[in-house]
Design a protein around this ligand. Structure first.
Ligand code: 3H9
Length: 688
């Protein structure tokens, strides 16, 4: 039984058991409605405790049902029924009470929680708003300001904060259920608290709404839901309960059917599926208890910090004492920065830092289960590192390279037991960025691949398997994006216009300002290596800028000029001259572009490159490309990533627009896989 009813004297216990997260599926909703009716009719019941089996209280509506029409009983009706039940209900919360789960709890007369519980209304992260009274009842419980923060951010809060806001009445002192029953019994002797819907709502001043709206507009970056959620809370302060509920329901249903919500749901499920790719489903990963990093630069230190955060002991190896001191200082700087920002306490930071042992002696790695090389991107240097690792490490230790663009097969050449070797491409800063490209070589053992995925899970990263090619998945698409952005300059646009267009599309930053921030020299270095290999690299303007040492913010000039002590980009007449020279050589016909045309000229070729990557088997699923772009390169999450975006536009529309761009020499023609996908309506993956 998905919803069971037990009795403890006059207290009924309604227990939901719907693994994995007790989502409110149709069956659960129907059973809950039946339970309220049955318990109301039972004269021997005085109060009802609502609790859940398994790891969590109700995690919300069942999101897998959102592709279908809503079915009765609707959740708002269930919350209303529980709220108005003849017998008072008490929610006993453990794990996470999220979305519709919290809305049900808010409909109960009391809420008690275990001390490690979390509560929240994360609906906006799925492109919707709370749709079962969250925007109408929550401000009645915690006040308008706290409700706005909870609903527009979507971020859960811990039980202690929920108590301080009045969202939860009490923390369980002992076992949650025992405490809930005792609390129910005690409370029955006292006057019932009013139903949440009956509580007063204190309106906020007009300036509050102006500020809240501009803050939500800024952080939403094109996403609709946070602003619509804010509008619902505002409405709840202006009209009566029923009218506010109607407004919330209409808004919820509109957003539930929106393209943004479909995109965000697709990302939600893709992120979870990424952790468990079917090809390694039954393969046991190797056990990782001790780890080591070779190289204490920004990347090595970031990876060390990520490993420490996940509880792994780390040995940090450098080639000589001064470099080791710098490496350990880099790790310290990460944790001390977190202390300054209040993210961790000094004690926790000290513990994290003391768990990193520095050495210049490779023999210290004799017993490490996992070693990640993060030294300079130079084949000879990396090979020398793996030669030393091959001599000292256990034959079953996993040896990984963090290279971002060298060929892992070349790095591993000559390594004994090469089945233990794999590419683990972290993104900088590695303790912040969630993307991890997992790059096996043809000799990597399946259990080593599975170990890469298991490691990603422990580090709370999003793992994506990538095949070997220049740039793997992410940097290869980045190269296309940058080439495309330069092509637009030659065709008559400006860096400022392209950057503005990409921000309007939803990127946090445009391609030119991003290059100025990161430095133009890194890409120049990669282009040089690519050209030495005989590959083409289209960057006629960037090449000119690098020759002039215009390397970005660090030299106070790059694609833009920067005044001393300022980060604000200023259009540069020198760059305009370089663009004009390169354009004259390229002989591309000049034209004007609207912002939408500019972003389309960048995004369509990204889709095409993604399709090529699928065609070549470098990525195994379109959703993997979406995750790489969202988590590594700032593609707006609410668009679902480039491949989801392409499907939402219509693949045949994408192909015909790319054909138009190709005829105008503004992009490469659509690849075969994209043309086939346009004909069939979905991406047919080549068998690998
Ligand atoms: C809502 O409530 C709307 C209402 O306001 C109004 C309605 C009218 N539905 O994350 P995990 C699956 S909107 C269906 O790996 P964890 C998930 O796909 C909802 N399935 O576990 C995965 O499946 P699989 C608002 C769901 O322990 C499995 O459960 N609520 C749902 O790391 C385990 O998930 C939310 O947005 C769902 N709602 O984290 C909460 N949730 O094993 C979303 C999870 O096949 N959920 N699944 O891959 C979460 O934040 C996390 O799952 C949670 C557990 C923190 C609960």
């Amino acid at each position: 039984m998905i919803v069971q009813i037990h009795r403890e004297g006059s207290i009924a216990i309604v227990r939901i058991d719907n693994p994995p997260v007790n989502a409110l599926s149709l069956t659960v909703r129907q059973s809950l409605m039946d339970a309220v009716d049955a318990l109301d009719a039972d004269a021997s019941v005085e109060a009802v405790v609502l609790c859940c089996a398994g790891r969590t209280f109700i995690a919300g509506a069942d999101v897998t049902e959102f592709d279908r029409q809503p079915e009765r009983p609707y959740l708002p009706d269930i919350v209303a029924r529980i709220e108005a039940a003849a017998k008072p209900w008490i929610a006993a919360i453990h794990g996470t009470a999220l979305g519709g789960g919290l809305e049900i709890a808010i409909g109960c007369r009391w809420r008690i929680a275990s001390s490690d519980a979390k509560v929240g209304l994360p609906e906006v992260t799925l492109g919707i708003i709370p749709g079962a009274g969250g925007t109408v009842r929550l401000p009645r419980l915690v006040g308008v300001e706290a409700a706005v923060n909870l609903v527009t951010s979507g971020k859960p809060i811990d039980a202690a904060r929920a108590i301080s806001l009045g969202l939860i009445e009490r923390l369980a002192e002992t076992d949650l259920l025992t405490s809930a029953i005792a609390y129910a019994r005690k409370s029955l002797g006292e006057p019932l608290p009013p139903m949440t819907r009956e509580r007063a709502i204190v309106s906020a001043a007009p300036e509050f709404w102006t500020l809240a709206e501009s803050a939500a507009l800024k952080s939403a970056r094109g996403e609709d839901a946070p602003l619509r959620a804010l509008a619902c809370i505002r409405k709840a302060t202006e009209v009566g309960f029923e009218a506010a509920m109607t407004f919330e329901r209409e808004t919820f249903l509109t957003l539930r059917g929106s393209a943004q919500s479909a995109a965000l749901r697709s990302v939600f499920f893709a992120e979870r599926a990424a952790m468990r790719p079917p090809e390694i489903a039954r393969i046991e990963p190797r056990s990782i208890r001790s780890t080591a990093i070779v190289g204490g630069g920004t990347m090595g230190a970031g990876i060390a910090a990520a490993l420490r955060e996940a509880g792994f002991p780390v040995i940090l190896v450098e080639r000589e004492p001064a470099a080791l001191d710098r490496g350990l200082a880099n790790v310290r700087a990460v944790f001390e920065g977190w202390v300054k920002r209040g993210r961790i306490t000094q004690n926790i930071a000290s513990d994290r830092i003391s768990g990193v042992i520095g050495t210049t002696d490779y023999s210290m790695l004799a017993d490490a289960d996992l070693v990640i090389e993060a030294v300079f991107e130079d084949l000879a240097i990396k090979r020398a590192v793996f030669k030393s690792l091959g001599e000292v490490c256990r034959a079953d230790a996993v040896l990984a390279t963090n290279t971002s663009y060298l060929d892992p097969r070349a790095i591993a050449e000559g390594l004994p037991d090469p089945e233990r070797f794999i590419g683990l491409h972290f993104f900088s800063p590695a303790h912040v960025m969630r993307l991890l490209e997992i790059v096996p070589t043809p000799t990597t053992a399946p259990d080593v691949i599975a170990t890469g995925f298991a490691l990603a899970r422990s580090l709370n990263k999003v793992p994506v398997r990538a095949g070997i090619c220049d740039g793997f998945i992410g940097n290869r698409i980045l190269k296309t994006m940058r080439a495309q952005a330069e092509r637009l300059l030659l065709a008559g646009s400006t860096p400022a216009d392209v950057d503005d267009a990409m921000r309007r599309f939803g990127f946090a930053m445009g391609p030119f300002e991003a290059q100025d921030l990161g430095g133009l020299d890194i890409a120049a270095f990669q282009r040089k290596a690519a050209r030495e290999r005989g590959d083409e690299s289209f960057a006629p303007v960037a090449d000119r800028l690098c020759e002039q040492r215009r390397l970005g913010q660090k030299t106070r000039c790059g694609w833009y000029d920067y005044m001393e002590g300022e980060r604000a980009p200023r259009p540069s007449p020198i760059v305009a001259r370089h663009i004009a020279e390169a354009a004259a050589e390229a002989q591309i016909v000049k034209r004007s572009f609207t912002p939408a045309e500019l972003s389309e000229c960048v995004v369509l070729p990204i889709v095409n490159e993604g399709a090529r990557i699928l065609e070549e088997g470098i990525a195994r699923r379109p959703s993997d490309i979406d995750l790489v772009e969202i988590h590594g390169y700032g593609f707006p999450r609410w668009s679902g990533g480039p491949m989801h975006w392409a499907r939402a536009q219509g693949l045949s529309v994408v192909v015909s627009r790319l054909d138009v761009l190709a005829r105008a020499s503004l992009a490469a023609a659509p690849c075969q896989l994209l043309r086939t996908a346009a004909a069939s309506g979905h991406f047919e993956m080549p068998s690998l």
